[in-house]
Ligand binder design. Structure first.
Ligand code: 5AD
Ligand code: SF4
Length: 437
């Protein structure tokens, strides 16, 4: 989401003549795009700002200006406090107000430091500029497209509902227009984004209620667009239409990131996830019934307050049962202002870490098993970018794995048939297969 937001900021600033640079020395403006999901985020930002302040001073001594902005969820959460603690900062801008970034910078240039984190929910998406074709092409053959922002779920460990605000869905017409523009500009694969993407809802052409499933059917009709994905989902919002789409739509890739966080009903309840472990497993079974080759991914938290050894064992059991192709796992991190922070029975750091190690060992084993199970398979590969070796390209498998194969740079954007021959640390190797007749 933040990678995508950064491109949106860059697009908004392009109108004022700004261009991205890889070289901080050269920059007239440095924007920190920040994440607040786990601990120490704010502290990391302040220490980065300390370093930037030195750079700003040095440049000023040479008569050059360097403005500093803080964007993202730390900006949203800290607000004015950033201006107080970091005098070198010119602009603080929350994730819902990026369209006002150019104006904030103009104000700051006149010497008025700006904090802009207030927004009207209705126009969250109204002002998002769509990049021009040249830029889209330069960014490659895969793209993100935001369809939904914010979250109303209020899991008790999570800051997102506070930093990103309540759930807002982008209208169908805007989404389709952007998807068509991307496809016309050479994009072959779009990943729909949202903190709670499958809570997306909208209205079809006749005013009928649409869920994410309906939207996917519509997007699958766009010529040139070969692949669709979406992330991140909540188990509660996997409705029949969306599950059906996984069975029907060739363009919808067989990969699903569906966080469960814990395998213990007691902990799921304390987390306010509003489903049980058994309900999650049933859901997985239903999805596998319509799309047997689907690769599953998840998020897990170890050491949520009150988590016992038994609760943790339940998580390991659930993981054994699901068999994940990929996963992300974290130690519970207390977020001030969330209900979880108030709970007694906080779990000691060593125990959180010990459980995380065990869980990650299991998840890694599953990930390797999944990769190895691909060897010998013939798959469609979307060629994305040059590989590390001359004469090679890196592509994406339907299951989101990076795959190295011999191919020419002119083939970027093509989808070719390959046979998986081996696995590396974080990628696979493949050889060209005969094109299917
Ligand atoms: N502590 C640890 N992990 C967290 N996540 C969200 N909040 C916390 C927290 N307070 C994890 C969840 C979520 C992912 C994006 O980050 O697993 O799915
Ligand atoms: Fe956070 Fe996801 Fe729960 Fe929303 S659904 S509160 S974003 S963990």
């Amino acid at each position: 989401m933040n990678v995508y937001d950064s491109t949106r900021m860059s697009d908004a600033l392009a109108r004022d003549g700004y261009e991205p640079t890889e070289d901080m020395e050269e920059a007239d403006l440095v924007l920190l795009n920040t994440c607040h999901i786990r601990e120490k985020a704010a502290e990391k930002v302040y220490s980065a700002l300390g370093r930037l302040r030195e750079m700003k001073k040095k440049k000023a001594a040479d008569g050059r200006e360097m403005m500093i902005g803080v964007a993202g969820c730390v900006a949203q959460a800290e607000g004015e406090e950033i201006l107080r603690r970091a005098p070198a900062v010119d602009v603080v801008i929350g994730p819902q107000t990026y369209h006002r970034l150019p104006e904030a910078l103009r104000q700051a240039k006149l010497g008025r430091r700006v904090v802009d984190t207030e927004y009207a929910i209705e126009d969250k998406f109204e002002h998002l500029p769509i990049a021009d074709s040249r830029k889209i092409r330069a960014r490659g053959v895969t793209a993100f497209l935001t369809v939904q922002e914010g979250c109303d779920k209020f899991c008790t460990f999570c800051v997102v509902p506070y930093t990103r605000g309540s759930e807002v869905s982008r209208p169908v017409s805007q989404i389709v227009e952007e998807a068509e523009k991307l496809a016309d500009s050479g994009v072959r694969e779009i990943t729909l984004l949202g903190q709670n993407v499958n809570a997306w809802h909208g209205a079809g052409p006749g005013g009928e209620a649409w869920s994410l499933g309906d939207l996917l059917y519509r997007l699958a009709e766009i010529p040139g667009l070969a692949r669709l994905r979406y992330t991140t989902s909540h188990p509660r919002d996997m409705d029949d239409r969306l599950i059906g789409a996984h069975g029907d739509l060739r363009a919808l890739m067989p990969y699903l990131h569906l966080p469960v966080q814990s395998g213990s009903d007691r902990i799921l309840k304390a987390m306010n996830r509003r489903h049980t472990a058994a309900e999650y497993l049933t859901l997985i079974e239903r999805i596998r019934t319509v799309r047997p080759d689907i690769a599953l991914s998840g998020d897990f938290i170890t050491g949520f307050p009150g988590e016992t050894d038994q609760d943790f064992e339940d998580t390991l059991r659930l993981v054994e049962e699901v068999r994940y192709a990929q996963a992300f796992s974290f130690k519970y991190s207390t977020r001030p202002g969330t209900p979880g922070a108030e709970l007694k029975d906080q779990v000691p750091e060593e125990i959180k870490a010990e459980r995380l190690d065990r869980l990650q060992a299991l998840l890694l084993k599953q990930q390797q098993e999944f990769a190895e199970s691909c060897i010998g398979k013939e798959i469609d590969l979307l060629l994305e970018k040059p590989g590390r070796m001359l004469g090679q390209l890196i592509g994406r498998s339907p299951w989101l794995q990076s795959v190295n194969v011999d191919a020419k740079a002119s083939q970027i954007g093509d989808i070719i048939k390959v046979r998986i021959t081996g696995t590396g640390t974080n990628s696979l190797f493949a050889e060209r297969a005969e094109a299917a007749v």
